[in-house]
Design a protein around this ligand. Structure first.
Ligand SMILES: Cc1cc2nc3c(=O)[nH]c(=O)nc-3n(C[C@H](O)[C@H](O)[C@H](O)COP(=O)(O)OP(=O)(O)OC[C@H]3O[C@@H](n4cnc5c(N)ncnc54)[C@H](O)[C@@H]3O)c2cc1C
Length: 289
């Protein structure tokens, strides 16, 4: 998934038209959004997953271009004040150009919910202690703290099922704990009407307790892996289970799990690679570049 540039009107319209859905089109965003925001609520959904509500006036006019759109959070180091990077098309380069003592960390999180009337978004962050700046910040953040928000993506490049959104085609959604917010948001986008396409949702989490029941998408098949490596609970199931009518797959989460799941879906279920959207959200044992 891309992280710079402008949203193109045509591409956004395509997502909606191809999906055959009736909800209003999201208007194109001509400019990237970069703003100082404030954390206005912090709530633990599970022992690891923490929901942060983030508010800024700019978020009143922000419009999502797809259900699993994500934002960059610019997070100051412990004890430091937030200094924002220059508002340039490549946010990573803008952060890298800052003096070391001022440089915030930049990490990407899905917009779980957007309430334009309040100028608020929710992000659900999986905490893993102090082993990365994103998690460390989420562990210590409090109400009133400043955070930078940076819109992501040039052309929306997440969930885009095309004609697989027809009711007779099955969409397969595979996610780990970091991609649960995206799956929940996709389900909300699809709605509950009679024309809703069929989706088969497999989620792999360390345990339901770590993410919290509220994080689990409705109707999902949940695979708990405990302390084992990502993929160890869901990959065998994917390899073995027949999926008649499979038309599209969306696979997001830890990089090795995503790569292996994608292989199963292509080789085992014969799905064309162009009908798969996938993203390695994080990599076990490696910090985000
Ligand atoms: C499009 C997109 C959407 C995303 N949406 C979300 C979201 O909604 N919620 C969310 O929590 N994450 C989400 N992520 C993943 C998140 O950006 C990464 O997990 C990120 O690496 C966390 O940064 P960090 O500073 O905590 O750790 P890093 O500095 O990146 O890594 C440091 C160490 O922590 C490990 N690590 C990183 N993430 C995890 C994890 N989740 N569990 C255990 N160990 C980890 C790494 O393997 C590494 O060893 C998304 C990523 C992308 C690309």
């Amino acid at each position: 998934m891309s992280t710079g540039g402008l949203i193109e009107k045509g591409a956004v319209a395509l997502v909606h038209r191809a999906a055959g859905l009736t909800m209003a089109l999201a208007p194109a965003r001509k400019e990237q959004v970069q703003t100082v925001a404030r954390v206005v609520a912090v709530r633990d959904l599970g022992t690891a997953t923490r929901r942060l509500t983030i508010a800024a006036d700019t978020l009143r006019t922000f419009e999502r271009s797809g259900p699993d759109e994500y934002v960059g959070l610019l997070m100051p180091e412990r004890g430091a004040r937030l200094v924002m990077p220059a508002d340039r098309p490549d946010p990573r380069a803008a952060v890298a150009a800052m003096p070391e003592g001022e440089r915030p960390a930049l990490r990407w999180y899905t917009i779980r919910a957007h309430r334009p009337e309040a100028g608020e978004i929710d992000v659900d962050v999986v905490r893993h202690g102090d082993s990365g700046p994103g998690s460390a910040w989420a562990c210590r953040v409090g109400v009133g703290d400043e955070v930078g928000v940076r819109s992501a993506g040039s052309v929306y490049a997440g969930w885009r099922p095309g004609d697989a959104a027809a009711v007779d085609r099955v969409q397969l959604l595979v996610a780990d704990e970091t991609a649960l917010p995206a799956v929940c948001a996709i389900q909300e986008w699809l709605g509950n009407g009679p024309g809703r396409p069929v989706s088969l949702v497999h989620v792999e989490v360390p345990s339901v307790e770590t993410v919290g029941v509220e994080s689990i998408p409705a109707g999902a098949l949940v695979h708990e892996r405990g302390d084992a490596a990502p993929g160890s609970a869901v990959l065998d199931v994917l390899a073995q289970e027949p999926i008649p009518g499979l038309g599209y797959a969306w696979i997001c989460g830890e990089g090795s799990m995503v790569a292996a799941a994608r292989r199963h879906v292509m080789r085992g279920h014969g799905l064309d690679r162009r009908r798969i959207s996938h993203s390695g959200y994080w990599r076990l044992g490696r910090p985000r570049p």
